[in-house]
Design a protein around this ligand. Structure first.
Ligand code: ADP
Ligand code: MG
Ligand code: MG
Length: 219
């Protein structure tokens, strides 16, 4: 099944649902090693994104044939909305991720190599904004694992769904893998050794985002 603007919109709406469901869990993770606002921050942002998608759909008058958007158009709307509504570290980080991703997806449909390019661009956005590398117990750990797995799946000739499934599963494993790590970037780094033993909230939310991308490709 082709990944088009409709998929991108389903991805974003599913992300909003997943974040709403996990809001308390994300906030609790952030309470352990940060300031306890990650769930609220992302929930506020994705609710604003959904409101803007609803407005845009109403303008098209429900006629999907009038949907001339590219995948990138949808991701750009996410980027600008998150940047203006999510405070804290994660707003600019996710905002930059979606903005970079939008720049490599200005097409009606994207194929498996282009899915990899979207994930790579998102990772580059997070890395250039936050200057974290793998192993610093941040969302970079989940994004990098997702990119590596997506590249491997696309290299094996996998479908769009195969690539997204590989990315989502790798991000989930990497999020769990942040538990024993000592944070060296972000608020959690203020705790030093005491940050070990807790999952990084941003790595967990990245796994939710990528899980939603896969689920949207199946629906
Ligand atoms: P804040 O820390 O400002 O309250 P959030 O709680 O919304 O912001 O987001 C915290 C998450 O942001 C962390 O769990 C981590 O994954 C991510 N993060 C923080 N700083 C960085 C960084 N420099 N690079 C990458 N990710 C970061
Ligand atoms: Mg926080
Ligand atoms: Mg905060």
């Amino acid at each position: 099944m082709a990944l088009d603007a409709g998929w991108a919109e389903r991805w974003v709406r599913r992300t909003a649902d997943a974040v709403a469901d996990a809001k308390d869990e994300l906030t609790e993770l952030d309470r352990q090693i940060g300031d306890g606002d990650h769930g609220e921050n992302l929930h506020r942002g994705f609710q604003a994104v959904v409101a803007r998608l609803d407005d845009a759909a109403a303008e098209r008058g429900g006629d999907e044939a009038d949907d001339e958007r590219t995948v990138g158009d949808v991701l750009k709307l996410v980027a600008t909305t998150l940047m203006s509504t999510v405070g804290g570290a994660s707003g600019p980080l996710y905002g930059t991720a979606y903005l970079r991703a939008s720049k490599v997806s200005g097409r009606a449909q994207i194929d498996p190599p282009a899915v990899v390019a979207v994930l790579e661009a998102a990772l580059e956005g997070v890395s250039s904004r936050g200057k974290a590398t793998v192993g610093e117990k941040t969302m970079v750990d989940a994004w990098q694992a997702a990119v590596d797995a997506a590249e491997a799946a696309a290299g094996d000739g996998g479908s769009e769904v195969d690539v997204l499934r590989a990315a989502a599963e790798a991000a989930d494993t990497a999020a769990t893998g942040t538990i024993p790590l000592v944070a060296t970037k972000g608020r959690a780094s203020y705790l030093g050794e005491r940050s070990a033993g807790h999952e990084d909230p941003g790595a967990r939310s990245t796994a939710l985002v990528l899980g939603a991308a896969m689920a949207a490709a199946l629906s």
